[in-house]
Write a protein that binds this ligand. Structure first.
Ligand SMILES: *Cc1c(COP(=O)(O)O)cnc(C)c1O
Length: 377
């Protein structure tokens, strides 16, 4: 007995956890800070925590009504119809639902490199193949229509990430419109806005609704998540917003009760907790600014809750930082062996990350003089 041929499949490499690292180094977990997975420095919304506690006795029931309530609340927030909101087990789950709804065996998807690994993984799970477009480091990972259209070869789904993980770059809606317009009628452009709350740009929901001067399109979908700005990564809650014309496909592809009772209750509470989101965004904005000003290495401008830093050689730098108690993301697995990604922490955590990185760079864990020069200030 064997599983099917999974040789093309790769395991997702998550940022390392405090427990895991502390155990490996034989140290006290409380002495570490983890800035490796773009989690919320302020934790979950307190209102969401209360809602989870209050909902706990009810988890013997399937989450039918709450699922509908959360869908309606999200639809209201975006001013779309409820069927257009595809609730899922995280943004990743929403990506799976789009794969299920779109891909026939052998269909291709076009994904960014460097980029978020799950787009390709999901396509492969659904018997699809993966092609890549390159965001060039020398061009500060700029996302423009030409870069994507030059690589485009009739793929069924084109993934755009705005803000982009791990670079933090964004793509403007005019470029998304051009890509959607220039690709085949049956090509879906998915705009992954997992970090949308942190960016000062408009959501691509405007394209599928025909707002802000854009013509209404049926070939653009948007991914959003409660994992980042809302601090609910552990609950697994996200969604896609899709065009009305094929929104009913959800009922044919979704796993029954796609989001749990606790996730739905927490999501409902978090949506209303504006104070928590605003505080989160404020902290992130300040941390990004501070890291770009105070880190003694090139920091790319970021619209996400993280920054990408050119450290020369990522693995020794990330290891040395970890040794000093700060866990960051080595971007080698993203195809950027010269870069680390640091999540915006609380003011204290961010300060400690800056200080630690500068010490490591100063100590010469990497040979700075051999470091390739990159563009940008
Ligand atoms: C974090 C993230 C997601 C979604 O994560 P979930 O926890 O599954 O909601 C989607 N896309 C990108 C680029 C991300 O970084």
């Amino acid at each position: 007995m064997h599983p099917r041929d999974l040789s093309d499949h790769v395991a997702y490499q998550a940022g390392r956890g405090i427990e895991e690292v502390a155990r490996e180094l034989g140290r006290d977990p409380s002495t570490f800070v983890k800035l490796a997975s773009n989690e919320n420095a302020h934790g979950p919304s307190p209102a969401a925590v209360e809602a989870i506690e209050a909902a706990a006795p009810g988890v013997s029931s399937y989450p039918k009504a709450t699922h509908a309530d959360l869908t309606a609340a999200i639809a209201d927030r975006w001013d779309v119809e409820s069927p257009q909101v595809w609730l899922a087990n995280g943004g990743d789950g929403a990506i799976d639902y789009l794969s299920r709804a779109m891909l026939e065996p052998g269909d291709d998807v076009l994904v960014p490199t460097p980029g978020f690994a799950y787009y390709g993984m999901s396509a492969r799970f659904h018997h699809g193949d993966v092609a890549e477009y390159e965001l060039e480091r020398a061009n500060d990972f700029a996302q423009d229509a030409d870069t994507i259209l030059e690589a485009y070869d009739g793929e069924r789904i084109v993934y755009l990430t705005s803000p982009h993980n791990p670079s933090g770059s964004t793509i403007d809606l005019e470029a998304v419109e051009e890509i959607a317009g220039e690709t085949d009628e049956e090509t879906l452009v998915v705009v992954d806005e997992a970090y949308g709350e942190f960016a000062d740009v408009d959501s691509a929901v405007a394209l599928l609704e025909g707002r802000d001067g854009f013509a209404k399109r049926d070939d653009v979908a948007v991914i959003r998540t409660f994992s980042k700005a809302y601090g609910l990564a552990g609950l697994r809650l996200g969604y896609a917003v899709v065009p009305e014309s094929w929104a009913d496909a959800y009922t044919r592809v979704n796993t029954p009760f796609a989001a749990s009772e606790l996730a739905c209750r927490a999501g409902l509470a978090a949506l209303d907790d504006h104070e928590h989101v605003e505080r989160t965004i404020e902290t992130v904005t300040a941390a990004r600014k501070r890291m770009s000003e105070e880190i003694d290495a090139h920091v790319w401008p970021s619209a996400g809750n993280f920054v990408l830093v050119d450290v020369g050689e990522a693995t020794p730098v990330a290891d040395a930082m970890q040794e000093r108690g700060v866990i960051v993301r080595d971007c080698t697995s993203f195809g950027l062996p010269g870069c680390i990604r640091i999540t915006c922490g609380t003011d204290r955590e961010t300060g400690r990350a800056i200080e630690t990185l500068n010490e490591v760079l100063e100590a010469g864990a990497t040979n700075l003089s051999n470091r390739p020069q990159t563009g940008g200030a």
